[in-house]
Design a protein around this ligand. Structure first.
Ligand SMILES: [Zn+2]
Length: 323
């Protein structure tokens, strides 16, 4: 009887939070304890119907755990009511009332925020931003996102880094602007750039690897082949790195942060892409500001979005201050 009582008591006390990180390439869902331990973690590709896919996973989690709240970070511009206004890389979320639709299905406190803002909060609390007064987080993936931590708190305004123009007469972007950073420096840009060159008949090991069907190429293979010396893959990554460097130099000149923290799948391409970006940053940013800034990789990897979404949810105001 004593044992049963102890078991019931423990189960009764165990409340968890769910953090959801919806990116253009992957979706991550974590069940997080009150002590910030991730006790269950799921990662899967972003489908064409991400809302339905996320709901199916959440239903399973809600059946298994007692959930106190749900925090969601999504790649897109999100308003204060939790509506996704625009999401260039997840078209089904354009003008989508994500918070309203989620709370119809799950009756717990829910927060929906931009994914880069969520990851920024995670870095400030648990990652590379812990000791920085100000930093900019860059999410380098299918698109490019950014979050600004300034004077010890998350900026109240979003910074849409991916849609900062670095070429005012450049290619047109889905957002309506021309020459946006993410057209030149994102994983999608790298993939599209390679496909364009291959269509024009340029040679690459990629042609053999994909047996001619290069439209399916993934960025990881482009990076791998660039490291192995494939000239076309190297050139594409270098060009993207240069563009990233130009964009980051603008951010350093504008905000003078203590740190730039890089996260997202593409941030792992350190050797050619990130190295070129760093050289470009040094050339282009103001010397005094460049000497002060540290450019580092996130140590939270996959878990930043999940932890940050829960952290923002727990701070009722939506703006979290470190203690
Ligand atoms: Zn744009």
């Amino acid at each position: 009887m004593k044992k049963i009582f102890a078991l019931c008591y423990n189960v009764f006390l165990m409340f968890y939070y769910i953090g959801v990180d919806i990116g253009g390439t992957n979706i991550r869902i974590g069940v997080v304890s009150d002590e910030w331990e991730i006790i269950a973690f799921y990662k899967f590709s972003t489908t064409k119907e991400p809302f339905e896919t996320v709901v199916k996973h959440l239903e399973v989690i809600f059946d298994e755990y007692t959930i106190s709240g749900l925090g969601i970070g999504v790649a897109g511009v999100v308003d204060k009511e939790g509506n996704v206004i625009v999401s260039p890389n997840i078209p089904s979320f354009n003008n989508f009332p994500l918070k309203k639709e989620i709370t119809k299905k799950f009756l717990v406190p829910t927060l929906v925020e931009n994914d880069a803002n969520v990851a920024t909060v995670a870095e400030a609390l648990f990652g590379e931003g812990k000791d920085a007064e100000s930093f900019i987080l860059l999410t380098l993936g299918t698109g490019i996102g950014g979050g600004l931590w300034s004077s010890g708190k998350l900026s109240s305004f979003p910074i849409e880094v991916g849609h900062m123009s670095i070429n005012y007469q450049g290619k047109s972007c889905a957002c309506g602007n021309n020459g946006c950073l993410e057209i030149y420096a994102s994983a999608k840009a790298i993939k599209d750039g390679l496909i364009e060159k291959l269509e024009k008949g340029q040679e690459s090991y990629i042609l053999q690897l994909y047996e001619g069907n290069f439209y399916k190429v993934v960025t990881e293979d482009i990076y791998r082949f660039a490291l192995e010396g494939d000239p076309l893959c190297r050139d594409i990554l270098k060009e993207a790195g240069k563009a990233l460097g130009a964009g980051v130099a603008n951010l350093i000149n504008l905000f003078a942060p203590d740190k730039i923290i890089l996260t997202g799948g593409l941030s792992k391409a350190e050797k050619i892409y990130i190295d070129t970006a760093k050289q470009e940053i040094k050339k282009r940013s103001l010397e005094g500001l460049f000497n002060k800034v540290k450019i580092v990789q996130s140590s939270l990897v996959d878990k930043g979005g999940v932890l940050g979404a829960v952290a923002l949810l727990k701070s009722k105001s939506g703006v979290l201050c470190r203690k």
